[in-house]
Design a protein around this ligand. Structure first.
Ligand SMILES: [Zn+2]
Length: 252
């Protein structure tokens, strides 16, 4: 008893595709019922060996294509995680280190994308180049934190004004998605510091300087030439200028 609706290809075709793969992309074709590569769409004739290739000659190429695909999805995941980490006011030094650590992988992904190993749609190839570059831009400039700051700026300014006028805020304070361990004045008692993480010894602080404040560049060099100011807060490792007298610093 046969069920013609469920037979996708005659048995002779399946037999013919034993050990065969796509000429263009190296996708394994054995057991396929259709006459087109499911990976790249290249048509083939199962009964004509000139339209397919032997799998053994393409094993290395298939490995490279698989590696390229893993890198592609890994780079999207890395971008998502780094964006959230930066927007939640993570440590910029860790982002610097991630940029350096990821550079060899990004270089390898670019080489694999540039090699004519596989047919890729222009959209996917474009994303394959763009996603790691956006990832690096976050590591080097920490830009999501600036977006996050601008969203919270009005509420933060109100709190900073209250503290500058002598109000004492004890305990953690939540502003939007941000949670501050403490908000206090320091460094000559004219700056308001919002502590984001760490303990009594240090951590990341959001600092509002008084109006007319002039930042002084430090001799200390940050990676990628990012400026560091020495007179924002005490014992700082790095400074990020958020604009209009607001700075993000790490105290240690
Ligand atoms: Zn193919």
């Amino acid at each position: 008893m046969t069920h013609p609706d469920h037979i996708e290809a005659p048995p002779s075709n399946l037999e013919a595709l034993h050990g065969r793969c796509c000429i263009d992309c190296g996708h394994f074709l054995e057991g396929l019922g259709s006459n087109a590569c499911p990976e790249c769409g290249r048509p083939f004739n199962p009964d004509d060996p000139r339209t397919t290739r032997n799998i053994t000659t393409n094993r290395y190429r298939r490995w490279l294509i698989g590696t390229c695909r893993i890198f592609y999805y890994a780079s999207w995941l890395a971008l998502l995680l780094i964006f959230v980490y930066s927007a939640l006011w993570g440590d910029w030094l860790i982002l610097f280190l991630l940029a350096i650590a990821s550079a060899p992988f990004i270089l390898l992904q670019f080489i694999l994308l540039a090699l004519p190993l596989q047919r890729i749609s222009w959209r996917r190839r474009f994303a394959g180049f763009l996603v790691p570059l956006v990832f690096l831009s976050i590591c080097v400039t920490n830009w999501p934190v600036v977006l996050s700051f601008k969203l919270h700026r009005a509420a933060l300014t109100k709190i900073a004004d209250r503290v500058a006028n002598g109000e004492v805020i004890t305990g953690p304070t939540t502003v939007g998605i941000l949670r501050f361990r403490q908000i206090r004045m320091a460094r000559g008692r004219d700056r308001v510091g919002f502590q984001l993480n760490g303990g009594a010894g240090g951590g990341v602080f959001l600092v509002r300087t008084p109006s007319g404040f002039v930042p002084e560049l430090s001799d200390q060099q940050l990676p990628f030439g990012s400026p560091h100011f020495r007179n924002i807060w005490d014992n700082t490792n790095w400074t990020q200028d958020l604009g209009d007298g607001w700075f993000l610093v790490e105290q240690d």
